[in-house]
Design a protein around this ligand. Structure first.
Ligand code: CA
Length: 240
C-alpha cells in the first residue's frame, strides 16, 4: 500500500469459493475485506462495516443484487461493483439503473476485478485541480468542487460517486456539448466508450436529483444522438 489507512471492501456473495478467492486476492494487495453470504446480512454489513466499496453478486439466496443495491442507495453512496452472471445487456443496464457504479461479468479474473476496484476508488478520491473554480451555480443549484458536494439552496443533494463524477465532467465543461463516448471514457473508462445505455441510466439518476422537473431538464440538456450539455452557470448566459 502507498500510504494512509486501508480501504475496506465488502463482498456480498453466496458462493464461498468466490468469497475466499476475492478475500485472499484483495487482502494480498492491501485491502481490508469483510463479507456477507446473503442479501439480508449484506445490508446490515453495509451499515456496520462502513466499507469504501462493495462487490455485490446479482444472484443471492434471499434476493437479487439489484433490489439490494436499491436498498443500499437509500442510505449510502458507497461505490458498488456488480458481479453479473452473464454478459446480458439487459442485466448490465438493470445494474446501472439500480445505482451500481460498475459491473464485472462472471467468470472474471481477479486481476480484472482488482483493476476495477482500484479505478473506482481512485475516481472516488479524485481531487478537483487547484486553480480551477471552487464552485459553480446554475439557478439555485450549487456545486462545490472543493467539497465534492451539491446543494439546492441550503439543502445538500446526495449523489453517488459515479453521479458526482458525471456531473463534475459536465459542469466543468458547462456550455459545451460533451459527446456520449467522451463522457463514458471520462467517467467509466475508455473501454466503456460505446455503452450509451449506461450513460442514459446515469443521466436519469442525476436529473431526478438535480432538475426541478426531470422531464423538462434545464441543467443537463440532451443533444440527441450526440451527447449532453451542462447549462451555462448563472451570470454567464450568452448575449442574445
Ligand atoms: Ca450468487
Amino acid at each position: 500500500m502507498v500510504s494512509g489507512e486501508r480501504k475496506k471492501i465488502l463482498i456480498i456473495e453466496d458462493e464461498p469459493k468466490i468469497v475466499r478467492l476475492l478475500k485472499i486476492n484483495l487482502e494480498s494487495v492491501g485491502y481490508e475485506v469483510a463479507y456477507a453470504l446473503n442479501a439480508s446480512d449484506g445490508c446490515k454489513a453495509v451499515e456496520k462495516e462502513m466499507p469504501d466499496l462493495i462487490v455485490l453478486d446479482v444472484m443471492l439466496p434471499d434476493g437479487d443484487g439489484y433490489s439490494l443495491c436499491r436498498r443500499i442507495r437509500e442510505f449510502s453512496d458507497v461505490p458498488v461493483i456488480m458481479l453479473t452472471a452473464r454478459a446480458r445487456e439487459r442485466e448490465k443496464i438493470e445494474g446501472f439503473e439500480s445505482g451500481a457504479d460498475d459491473y464485472v461479468t462472471k467468470p472474471f479474473s481477479t486481476a480484472e476485478l482488482i483493476a476495477r476496484v482500484r479505478a473506482i476508488l481512485k475516481r472516488a478520491g479524485a481531487q478537483h485541480p487547484s486553480g480551477a473554480p471552487a464552485e459553480l451555480e446554475v439557478d439555485d443549484l450549487r456545486i462545490s468542487f472543493s467539497k465534492r458536494k451539491v446543494y439546492r439552496g441550503a439543502t445538500e443533494i446526495r449523489l453517488t460517486h459515479t453521479e458526482y463524477n458525471l456531473l463534475y465532467h459536465l459542469a466543468v465543461n458547462a456550455g459545451k456539448v460533451m459527446l456520449h463516448e467522451e463522457l463514458l471514457s471520462l467517467v467509466w473508462g475508455p473501454e466503456y466508450r460505446d455503452e450509451v445505455e449506461y450513460l442514459r441510466a446515469y443521466i436519469r439518476h442525476l436529473r431526478k436529483k438535480i432538475e426541478v422537473d426531470p422531464s423538462e431538464p434545464r441543467i443537463i440538456v440532451s443533444s440527441p444522438g450526440i451527447g449532453y450539455c451542462f447549462a451555462l452557470p448563472t451570470g454567464h448566459e450568452p448575449e442574445t
